[in-house]
Write a new protein. Structure first.
Length: 367
């Protein structure tokens, strides 16, 4: 696999970390070429160093299957070349990266990128929207599949111990504790992860004497652009101006998993204005924590939806959840969250050995 592994924590890096662990459980050798540049011989992790070096190394690396998770457009344009060299190539498209690259590319780069991807063995999209886009662009239906990136976490004591004392102090409180997560990102002049909506939500609930606390697990704080940093500071100032410093807490969660935070939460909210699925929603539901999310894409079964960027609707939905919390909690407790590792392994087996398997193919039921 080629892509990032933690640290830092992120949707793609956590997915690769969990998927590699499942592969090893099923006696499949897996080496990770880590674009985060951390090596770990025991975990079979090799630091890439630079993509320029990796581009020349790939033809000489042996393996039954090469699974790319990278969003780097240069590497994506070379995947078809590696296929011509006899490699079996698979790509997972996380988020909207390919759509944005196609929109921003000139005619020649767009043509080269699409020609490259049409040559490889399989493309997994985590969102149905991207799958539809690929089919509309002429990709074969048997070459593309939609498989969300969610894989159940494996709980470790060190993950809970990694949370700072101030996080425990903020969340171990009788108030109704809500969590959310994401980056500071602007998309078409909107707050991509809906931080602005969450601040207004906490203001409204507080003014209406509903005691809540909101923890936002912020990813990528150290890598913010100048515009993102200014926006982040503006949001922190808005919290201060509203008098919500004791109720809204940004936790810069560079190297800690989300699930210990979810276990301390009574509600999780994902108010994104664009999304592919929402792995963190599935993780919340796995821990029987009700989840509210925008209706911008297919969401995990059991998610409570609101109209995207509609603050009034978000307020109404969250108030209803708090008012009828026991029923919401029971509804979530009855739901079953799907783990998609088995789907990926089925694709691996089909690509690496196209002959029918004589033994059992692993299913979700026996994972």
């Amino acid at each position: 696999m080629i892509g990032p592994v933690p640290p830092p924590i992120g949707g793609i890096s956590v997915h690769i970390q969990r998927l590699s662990a499942v592969l090893r459980e099923h006696h499949m050798d897996c080496t990770i070429y880590n674009e985060s540049n951390r090596a770990d011989a025991q975990q079979h992790i090799i630091a890439i160093g630079s993509y320029k070096k990796l581009l020349f190394k790939i033809p000489f690396i042996r393996g039954d299957l090469f699974h790319f998770h990278t969003i780097d457009p240069r590497l994506r344009m070379l995947l078809g070349f590696y296929k011509l060299l006899g490699k079996k190539i698979m790509l997972t498209i996380h988020g909207e990266s390919l759509s944005q690259q196609l929109q921003q590319a000139g005619p020649m780069k767009r043509k080269l990128l699409l020609a490259s991807l049409k040559r490889i063995d399989h493309i997994v999209s985590v969102s149905e929207r991207t799958t539809k886009m690929l089919l509309d662009l002429g990709f074969n239906s048997d070459q593309v599949s939609t498989i969300p990136a969610y894989i159940h976490p494996v709980e470790r004591m060190e993950d809970e111990r990694a949370l700072p004392a101030e996080v425990h102090q903020f969340m171990d409180h009788p108030d109704f504790v809500i969590s959310a997560n994401g980056f500071v990102r602007l998309f078409q002049n909107y707050d991509l992860y809906g931080i602005d909506l969450l601040i207004e939500l906490v203001k409204d609930l507080t003014e209406n004497l509903i005691p809540v606390r909101m923890l936002f697990a912020l990813l990528g704080a150290a890598d913010q652009s100048a515009d993102e940093r200014r926006y982040y500071e503006a949001m922190k100032q808005r919290i201060m101006d509203y008098g919500l410093a004791e109720r809204f807490y940004f936790y810069e969660a560079a190297n800690t998993e989300l699930y210990p935070i979810l276990k301390k939460s009574r509600l999780f909210i994902r108010p994104t204005c664009m999304d592919g699925y929402g792995v963190s929603i599935a993780e919340s539901l796995h821990y029987k924590v009700p989840a509210v999310a925008s209706n911008v894409c297919r969401r995990p079964e059991g998610t409570i939806l609101f109209q995207s960027r509609d603050l009034t609707d978000l307020k109404g939905v969250v108030r209803q959840v708090i008012h009828d919390y026991e029923n919401c909690k029971q509804s979530v407790s009855d739901a079953i969250t799907e783990d998609y590792a088995a789907d990926l392994i089925a694709v691996y087996r089909r690509i690496s050995d196209p002959k029918p398997l004589k033994g059992k193919v692993m299913s979700r039921a026996n994972r």
